[in-house]
Design a binder for this molecule. Structure first.
Ligand code: PLP
Length: 401
């Protein structure tokens, strides 16, 4: 009999908790539970939809047969709009290159593929978004998590960052605003990260996909604070423009051009090797970034109300503590008195149908336990979910004692 096909060894290290947990949810559903989804950061699965002028631009492009391949780096008019918006909205001055990809995810993957060799080290935030460890595992590079400090509003722990840099470290990933904590970096934190990057010759990969979904305070793009250091800033249509399934993201490369030119050339080789990003969707970039922005304030207003309900609802539960998020649509509460958050979350899903993601799927300090809540669902769903989590946490404690 023919042998089963052996998968590549690298597959063993690929995990993506946000989607992996859905398998447990399906089991619970098959057993008759009604599910309340608080697990996926996709606004369009709830009461948010892509603004009509963006939809219309895409439909028109498809109808007008803009369905050929596009230039590998992107359509000139889309690249110009990204450049203009990055200058005006984000204050990035020293822009050396702009490219688009099929989602911010593809841009991030290409940026890393063109940068790191097997064995190189990349600092990533913990907690952070699981795409980074997955891509680094594919590339054979080493992910080196640095901690965010829960006692300091989840700011990057700069001493930890400094302690983890060595001669194989090539880059530091900054997710600002952060997924899964909803935190926003302070000005001083950014300045100190720039100092560290400068001292050690690191590239900064700044994931700012939630920059327009700041609910409290102000977001500062790290690239606006330096015209010299090599910084790649990622963004896209998925979150602020309410189109995650459109799969269109971009990267703005800034810094001193003599340091960047060889790297940018390598990035473009990878861009050409995958042909191009979706052509018709690129026609929506200009209207999205430079057209009507009124959906943003409406989106933020809804999210602010849901955030308040989430923080109050979670903090009212004994044994759960939630640092108020300041941006995006995530909260990352800690659970006291448990020793395995993945098991706790699986039990929660099976017993209540409330689907959240365990903290260990995003990384966390050893000995701490969390779960990620997505507060995109309508208020009524959130209220039901927090009441169910409260009952579950109480039962769980009773059973443990
Ligand atoms: N970066 C962060 C921090 C995210 O949270 C996500 C999606 O959840 C992405 C990137 C992926 O973005 P895209 O849909 O543009 O690939």
């Amino acid at each position: 009999m023919a042998e089963p096909i052996a998968p590549a060894r690298r597959a063993a290290s690929i995990e993506y908790a946000v989607r992996d947990i859905v398998l447990v949810a399906r089991e619970a559903q098959a057993a008759g539970r009604e599910l309340l989804y608080l697990n996926i950061g996709d606004p369009n699965q709830f009461d948010f939809s892509t603004p009509p002028h963006i939809v219309e631009a895409i439909c028109r492009a498809v109808r007008d047969n803009r369905n050929s391949y596009a230039p590998s780096e992107g359509l000139p008019e889309a690249l110009e709009a990204i450049r203009a918006s990055s200058e005006q909205h984000n204050g990035i001055r020293a822009i050396r290159d702009v490219f688009v990809g099929n989602g911010g995810s593809e841009c991030i993957e290409i940026a890393l593929a063109a940068l790191v060799d097997p064995g190189d080290r990349v600092l990533t935030p913990s907690p952070g978004y699981p795409l980074y460890p997955a891509v680094l595992a594919k590339l054979g590079a080493q992910e080196v998590p640095y901690f965010l400090d829960e006692t300091n509003g989840w700011q990057p722990d700069l001493e930890d960052v400094a302690a983890k840099i060595d001669e194989r470290t090539r880059a530091i990933v900054l997710i600002n605003p952060n997924n899964p904590t909803g935190s926003v970096c302070e000005h001083q934190t950014l300045e100190r990260l720039l100092e560290l990057a400068d001292r050690h010759g690191l590239v900064i990969l700044a994931d700012e996909i939630y920059d327009k979904l700041v609910l409290e305070g102000r977001h500062i793009s790290i690239a606006s604070l330096s015209d010299e250091l090599p910084i790649l800033t990622f963004n896209g249509l998925s979150k602020a423009y309410l189109g995650p399934g459109l799969r269109l993201g971009w990267c703005v490369v800034s810094g001193a051009s003599q340091r960047l030119s060889r790297y940018v050339e390598a990035v473009h080789k990878f861009l050409r090797a995958r042909l191009c990003a979706s052509h018709p969707v690129q026609h929506a970039v200009r209207p999205a970034l430079l057209g009507d922005q009124s959906h943003l304030e409406q989106t933020r207003a809804k999210l602010r109300a849901r955030r308040r309900l989430t923080v109050d609802g979670l903090n009212a539960i004994e044994g759960i503590r939630c640092v108020p998020p300041r941006a995006a649509f995530y909260a990352f509460p800690s659970v006291l008195g448990i020793d395995d958050d993945e098991r706790w979350v699986q039990q929660l899903i099976r017993e209540t149908g409330v689907v959240v993601v365990h903290g260990s799927g995003f990384g966390q300090r050893p000995g701490t336990h969390h779960f990620r809540v997505v507060f995109l669902p309508p208020e009524q769903t959130l209220r039901r979910a927090f009441a169910a989590i409260d009952r579950f946490a109480r039962d769980h404690r009773d059973r443990a004692t």
